[in-house]
Design a protein around this ligand. Structure first.
Ligand SMILES: C[S@@+](CC[C@H](N)C(=O)[O-])C[C@H]1O[C@@H](n2cnc3c(N)ncnc32)[C@H](O)[C@@H]1O
Length: 360
């Protein structure tokens, strides 16, 4: 249920007709990029040089259409253009190229389907329901989505975890951990730690595949569970709850918070990462506000929440020491997107660095 990277996004204001027009016209470049993905253009270009004419024959499209598409890809430096010859940029040749090991196909597919899904927004606005509310979550969908989460997160997870010091915590539960990308980053950074990914069976199958390619993966275990319906077995020093809060309604989140609190060792930490809203009216950051639209499209009760409201739910579930955890700008998943709380009890083994008091 996640969009792309949200670093460096500006806060748009629309006060004139020109600004309104420009905001709507922003669909043009995304549409050019998606057309290139639909053609699998970066894979076709590979590591060769092509004239637009040759490439159009390869892709079985018109030369005129391809030249205009390629010119626009070159204008944003996704392709390199010299005279009439095009080559891949580094990004095009790697993450966007199906034949390269760094290909991020899972997430590219998700972005393509999201384009279609967002075209159906009015259905959800009218009904208040997710667009495909009558279609169950299948293992195939879950698998594809879990790979998308991995491809989205594999670079930011280590950068975020590097800033979260968990002291001598020995056990970490990655609750709704999906591909386990964060759990793996915690394990890589903390050699004495053991972690458990809790998710649905199909997501766990992907997590196992990914963990099998890393040495630290030997310290990863798995817990298939629907934690919205059942208590969480076991006791942990840290529970990491990343990008799950927004999937659920306030009531469901409060139930999950109580379950997390019951599964923490005394003094253990519950660390939440999400698209928090930070202003009084709940409008900003813009990306967090827009992300609520995704939750309308894809979930029955999800939303994005003010950090202050989430802190109250944590208090209600018996947590203490509720704090936001600032990260270095440019390394965050969401702007000021980390909130942590402790289970009452003796001095925690897990200490998160650089905290700032949030609520009481
Ligand atoms: C948006 S993904 C986030 C994955 C990962 N935590 C991250 O930050 O990249 C949400 C994950 O939570 C899992 N999830 C949501 N509700 C769940 C539930 N009730 N029981 C088990 N897993 C759940 C989903 O299957 C999915 O893998």
């Amino acid at each position: 249920m996640l969009p792309g990277n949200r670093k460096g996004l500006v806060r748009p204001r629309i006060t004139t007709f020109d600004e309104f027009r420009d905001a709507i016209s922003a669909y043009r470049l995304p549409r050019v990029l998606l057309a290139a993905l639909e053609l699998d253009l970066f894979t076709a270009v590979g590591d060769r040089s092509w004239t637009a004419d040759d490439l159009s024959k390869e892709l079985k499209v018109s030369e005129r259409g391809l030249s205009i598409l390629c010119r626009n890809l070159a204008a944003v430096e996704l392709l390199q253009k010299k005279g009439s010859v095009y080559k891949n940029s580094r990004l095009g040749a790697t993450a966007l190229n199906r034949n390269h090991r760094a290909y991020r196909g899972g997430y590219l597919e998700l972005m393509q389907t999201h384009w279609q899904d967002w075209g159906r927004l009015l259905e959800s606005v009218r009904s208040g329901l997710p667009i495909d509310h009558d279609i169950p979550d299948t293992p195939d969908y879950r698998r594809q989505f879990t790979w998308a989460m991995h491809h989205r997160t594999l670079e930011i997870a280590p950068a975020i975890v590097a800033q979260l010091r968990v002291g001598r915590a020995k056990t970490l539960l990655d609750l709704g951990g999906g591909p386990g990308t964060y759990a793996m980053a915690f394990l890589a950074k903390n050699p004495k730690m053991r972690a458990i990914v809790c998710d649905r069976e199909a997501a766990i199958a992907v997590a196992k595949e990914i963990a099998s390619t890393h040495r630290a993966g030997r310290r990863l275990a798995y817990l298939p569970l629907d934690f919205s319906k059942e208590p969480i077995p076991g006791t942990y020093d840290v529970i990491w709850y990343s990008n799950v809060l927004h999937i659920y309604s306030p009531e469901d989140n409060q139930t999950i918070f109580r379950r997390a609190r019951a599964a923490l060792a005394p003094g253990g930490r519950f660390i939440i990462q999400d698209a928090f809203l930070h202003d009084r009216e709940g409008l900003h950051p813009t990306e967090a506000s827009l992300f609520a639209v995704s939750m309308l499209l894809f979930t029955a009760g999800g939303n994005t929440y003010p950090v202050s409201e989430t802190a109250k739910w944590l208090q209600g579930a018996g947590f203490v020491g509720i704090r936001t955890v600032p990260l270095k700008k440019g390394t965050e998943d969401w702007e000021n997107g980390i909130l942590e709380a402790s289970a009452p009890g003796p001095s925690p083994r897990a200490i998160v660095r650089r905290t700032r008091s949030q609520g009481s």
